[in-house]
Design a binder for this molecule. Sequence first.
Ligand SMILES: C[S@@+](CC[C@H](N)C(=O)[O-])C[C@H]1O[C@@H](n2cnc3c(N)ncnc32)[C@H](O)[C@@H]1O
Length: 241
Amino acid sequence: MNPDATGFVPPQGERGAQVRAMFDRVASRYDLVNDVMSLGQHRRWRRFAARVSQPAGTSVLDLATGTGDLAIQFERAGAQLVVGVDFSQSMLLAAQQKFRRKKSGAALELVQADVLRLPFPNESFDRVSSAFLLRNLSDLGAGLAEMRRVLKPAGWVIALEVTHPPSNALGGLAGWWFQQVVPVIGGALSGEWAAYRYLPASLGPLPTAVELATMLRSVGFRNVRFNRLGFGSVTVHIGQV
Ligand SMILES: C[S@@+](CC[C@H](N)C(=O)[O-])C[C@H]1O[C@@H](n2cnc3c(N)ncnc32)[C@H](O)[C@@H]1O
């Protein structure tokens, strides 16, 4: 990645600019906060998300790649090429450093771009993934349509996302943790209190897991299904073109 690459068009609209600035601020502490607030579970969730789509030999576009953890999982699962896209320069620089540290990267590329306006032609990739992106989008329907647009025929979409937990005891525990504990842990570890108050707030407008599956169908995906992980607080949606 060239962080000064010309051609990057900053996001349009206030929401995108705010989200981008927020992730630029939290990038240096992002991985640490993820480890603590998910009690290390986020690694397992990403591994599951990467493997469930059988990516061996495929080209993968990982949207909102952040510090690159899901991209690395796709590489480990045998993807031939993984392109990570994000609009936060600081998150991409953290990903780049991590790829070097882990001596991964042969199949990994990074591109700075807005996922609502991807700089790729139609039907470019075999897999399009995202982890913890969807609730940040100013226009979820447009984001899902972009995912569909850049997928080749028979391609797969994979979306890992926080969701509204089920109304049972474990779901209640997961909801309490996410709504009450995560903002305190995130704020204390990063010093960015507003960013980690935003996290539970961003869940509010997000559709339920069933509604998200319906949205994926409505932009043209078939065989849509989802798995619940983390006491039902996280889902992995999968669909095919
Ligand atoms: C919660 S982080 C997730 C990062 C990574 N996928 C992970 O699993 O840790 C959300 C990421 O989405 C990126 N992002 C949010 N909206 C975006 C957009 N419209 N275009 C590109 N990146 C976006 C942010 O910069 C941030 O890196």
